[in-house]
Design a protein around this ligand. Structure first.
Ligand code: ADP
Length: 472
């Protein structure tokens, strides 16, 4: 059953119940009021009659006789009077009773209520009668009973009519309430319907650009719409990021296979050359073998880098621990000294003298600095130099690799950290364009920052900023 139906049903039920309660209350109140009014009038009438009744002794008869007034004087078209003696014999009755008599119930038998009048309701079949019975007491003895009756027909008629009116009005009101409830429920649920439809359309068309349009107050529906739109926005963001990641992955695989194919082609060509003329021409053989050696070295380096990036892509985090950066830089300096014969390597004097502590991965940090130093040497013509220096700023330690090399044009700077990106592929043969991508990933994993300043023709400065720990 839909919410709309349930709302309507509940609403109608509530209205119906309220009306029923109200109707029943009103009915009983009216009945009570009408009966009280009759009771009041007949007891007053009895009082009136009682005042005129006298009892006389008629000797020698031993029975007490009641001297009755003419009861007709007191009767009105709706009020009947009757006097009976203690044996139930009718002593007098008003003419309007005709041949009929007021029904007599048993006398009250307890002495206390003897003197008091009492009411009863009798049903004659045609109508109901309200009767007031007033015992007649003489010398402590009950000698008879004065009965004043009054038809309840007018009251019953009024009550009947009230019942009819209540039933009719009740039904009409509940019907109206149901209709109103149905319309209201529709108005309230309409925005929800719209949300459902939009959600369904988005799902079918896979269109995350769509939004729910809502112009109204910031009520429950307004909040639902806002939340729904926010969710769509986030979904869109996540979807875009996923698509981007997927694209990047595809590009990466394509580039990687392309990069791997080039050295393989060279190796295959050289092998063929060896097969053909390797025996006869020792010169060719020497060159071919040298080519094969350098190409396989390039390939293994490439594969090594690709593996590092693939590992980075799986989203695993580096394991970081308290690392003495000064000692690590000492190792880096020792490794870098033999990297090049043409370019001088000049680490600053006091680089390793004072302790510097960072949270990091020893091996990856070493790889990071070596990538930067290697690049510096690679892109610096012979005779130039590569410096290594350290600075401190606002709780951070900055390690700079400064070269006097060819530099990077400003418009290329935003791209150099992209995978497989090389500024001018023709300039230097070595390199895959992956080094800086790996360097950047390592820096990100350390919550650090990498800065580049470069002037083409003069040199470049790569600075890695890491958070420095002060050990107490
Ligand atoms: P590669 O294997 O080509 O060195 P990297 O990712 O390490 O790949 O560097 C990307 C590109 O950025 C390089 O191809 C080069 O053009 C440029 N680059 C990197 N470091 C320097 C530097 N110290 N001086 C000049 N150019 C550099």
């Amino acid at each position: 059953m839909s919410i709309r139906w349930r709302l309507t049903l509940w609403y109608s039920l509530m209205v119906g119940l309220t009306l029923l309660l109200f109707g029943v209350g009103l009915y009983f109140y009216m009945e009570h009021e009408l009966t009280s009014e009759i009771d009041l009038s007949i007891s007053a009438k009895a009082e009136e009659v009682l005042k005129t009744i006298t009892v006389v002794d008629r000797y020698p008869l031993p029975i007490e006789q009641v001297q009755l007034p003419d009861v007709n004087v007191f009767a009105t078209p709706n009020t009947y009077l009757q006097v009976v003696d203690r044996n139930g014999r009718i002593l007098a009755r008003s003419n309007n009773l005709g041949r009929q008599a007021l029904p007599k119930s048993g006398y009250p038998d307890d002495g206390a209520s003897l003197a008091q009048g009492y009411f009863e309701t009798a049903d004659t079949g045609e109508q109901r009668l309200r009767i007031y019975n007033q015992p007649l007491i003489w010398r402590g003895q009950m000698v008879g009973l004065l009965q004043v009756g009054r038809s309840m027909q007018p009251a019953d008629l009024a009550l009947n009519r009230l019942r009819l009116v209540l039933a009719f009005m009740g039904t009409v009101t509940v019907g109206l309430a149901a209709t109103l409830g149905w319309v209201l429920a529709r108005a309230v649920l309409k925005p929800i319907d719209r949300i459902t439809n939009t959600a369904a359309a988005i799902q079918e068309a896979e269109d995350l650009e769509r939004k729910l349009l809502y112009e109204g107050p910031d009520d429950e529906i307004g909040r639902l719409t806002r939340t729904f739109n926010a969710m769509l926005e986030r979904l869109k963001g996540a979807y875009l990021r996923l698509a981007e990641a997927h694209d990047a992955q595809r590009r990466f695989v394509a580039d990687a296979s392309h990069e791997l194919r080039t050295p393989l082609t060279t190796i295959r060509g050289n092998v063929e050359l060896l097969q053909k003329m390797g025996d006869t021409q020792p010169e060719v053989r020497k060159e071919a073998l040298a080519d094969i050696a350098s190409e396989s070295e390039r390939m293994s380096r490439l594969i090594h880098e690709l593996l590092a990036l693939a590992r980075a892509d799986t989203g695993q985090n580096l394991e970081r621990r308290l690392t003495p950066l000064h000692e690590l830089l000492g190792e880096v300096i020792r490794s870098a000294r033999h990297l090049s014969d043409q370019v001088r390597f000049e680490p600053d004097e006091d680089l390793t003298s004072e302790p510097i502590w960072v949270m990091g991965s020893h091996d990856y940090l070493k790889q990071l600095f070596l990538i930067l130093i290697e690049n510096g040497m690679k892109y610096t013509p012979s005779g130039g130099e590569v410096r290594l220096s350290v600075q401190h700023r606002e709780g951070q330690v900055g390690v700079s690799v400064i070269d006097t090399g060819i530099g990077i044009p400003a418009e290329e700077l935003p791209h150099i950290f992209e995978r497989f990106y090389r500024v001018d592929q023709a300039r230097f043969g070595e390199g895959s364009g992956l080094g800086l991508s790996i360097a950047q990933w390592i820096v990100e994993q350390h919550d650090g920052k990498i800065e580049v300043e470069s002037v083409p023709g003069e040199g470049s400065r790569f600075t890695v900023w890491l958070r420095e720990l002060t050990l107490g």
